[in-house]
Design a protein around this ligand. Structure first.
Ligand code: GLA
Length: 386
């Protein structure tokens, strides 16, 4: 898929040419899970999959969106509605993510006008690879240029996050939107989710003879969205009980004492994950900066155990994927994203990539699970699907 496909789709849906096409990629998070809404650090990297949004203004203040992936009818546009009639919670399904960005811009004081938008995405959906943020960000980039808005990429990320938090009603952090707008190939983005300060860390997989494999379980358990909100509020309760603004402010050296003060064992484990994960992000960034890429592997695996045992957001499919990858020679592996399905990643010596892919697929079949999708998320877009 390319920009032309989205522009052609636009022309077919609306009977005129778009004014332009904008694109935003999905991401995988190398390390730093559930740290963003605790105002800590994350280290995502870009994927060679993007969402493209073609758009053209209209003079009547109305808005429509269409998507090549619309499950109800590919390319079929939503009914044109007044921009001023957009209300949080009023647009169910995927169009809410696109129209939510328009609402969010208006709410944040950035005047836009009527517009037709057509989106076409190659980011796997529901795979924990940030298809929602790619959609929001491609639309946000389109709006910025179509309406000449003076907004930085950081501001656009906040606009997109607000759309998801308030218009769609998903209490996500800022990682995915920042990753989609700021990640560059061959690097990971070290982001401080509190200040939004960030820097590009070289992620030289090829030179190290390594490949980052994505193991998409192709399941998404129902529990996921309620558990995400539960964990987030548990973290907020813990921060309040500890008298800190956010769990980012708990020093790893004070973790034992903080856990003892909390009393509640489950809450203490949630805090343990967030605090140790923050330290893992900085450790991985340091290893990458010193070109010690292979040494990142074991840190990823420890991160998985922390998510599985302390934060309790893994599931059978993710654990099978991680264990099979490690058993077949991966240097490290862990689940990524919100959990309860979606994808895991594995850091693998290139010559072991096929063996790891086969082992994961074999383990799924032996466990009676639906076949996973396994591919290499190479920094240079060298996508290899099996
Ligand atoms: C989802 C959210 C992110 C982040 C991750 C967990 O992807 O959208 O903001 O919280 O889960 O790290």
């Amino acid at each position: 898929m390319n920009a032309t496909a989205a522009a052609d789709g636009f022309a077919e849906a609306y009977g005129r040419a778009p004014e332009g096409t904008w694109s935003a990629p999905g991401r995988v998070n190398l390390i730093g899970e559930f740290t963003d809404y605790n105002e800590g650090f994350v280290l995502p990297t870009t994927l060679p999959f993007s969402t493209r949004a073609s758009g053209a203004r209209r003079g009547d203040g109305r808005v429509r969106v269409a998507s090549a992936q619309n499950p109800g009818g590919a390319g079929e546009a939503t009914e044109a509605i007044e921009l001023s009639a957009l209300r949080p919670g009023s647009v169910p399904g995927w169009p809410g993510y696109a129209l939510g960005v328009l609402w969010s811009l208006e709410e944040s004081g950035h005047a836009i006008g009527g517009v037709d938008v057509y989106v076409d995405s190659e980011v796997p959906m529901g795979a924990g690879l940030s298809s929602s943020a790619a959609l929001e960000c491609s639309v946000a980039l389109a709006m910025r240029e179509l309406f000449g808005l003076e907004l930085s990429l950081e501001q656009l990320a906040l606009v997109a996050q607000r759309a998801e938090n308030e218009f769609v009603g998903v209490p996500c952090g800022i990682m995915d939107q920042m990753a989609s707008l700021l990640c560059v190939p061959g690097h990971a983005l070290l982001l401080d989710a509190r200040s939004l300060e960030h820097r590009q860390v070289p992620f030289a997989l090829g030179e190290a003879g390594l490949v980052l494999m994505v193991l998409d379980t192709r399941v998404r358990h129902e529990l996921g969205s309620s558990a995400y909100a539960d964990r987030r509020s548990a973290c907020e309760r813990a921060a309040a009980a500890l008298g800190v603004r956010a769990l980012r402010d708990v020093d790893p050296a004070d973790l034992d004492e903080a856990e003892a003060r909390l009393g509640d064992r489950e809450l203490a484990r949630r805090v343990r994950h967030v605090v140790t994960e923050g330290a893992r992000v900085l450790e991985v960034a340091r290893l990458l900066e010193q070109s010690r890429v292979a040494e990142v592997g074991p840190v990823l695996t420890v991160g998985h155990r922390s998510l599985r045992d302390d934060f309790e957001v893994s599931c059978v499919e993710l654990d099978v994927a991680v264990d099979a990858a490690l058993g077949a020679g991966a240097l490290g592996a862990r689940m990524v994203g919100g959990g309860f399905g979606g994808s895991a990643i594995a850091l693998v010596p290139s010559e072991r990539a096929d063996a790891v892919g086969a082992a994961v697929t074999g383990a799924f079949s032996a466990a009676g699970l639906r076949s996973p999708r396994v591919f290499a998320a190479a920094p240079e877009s060298a996508l290899r699907e099996r």
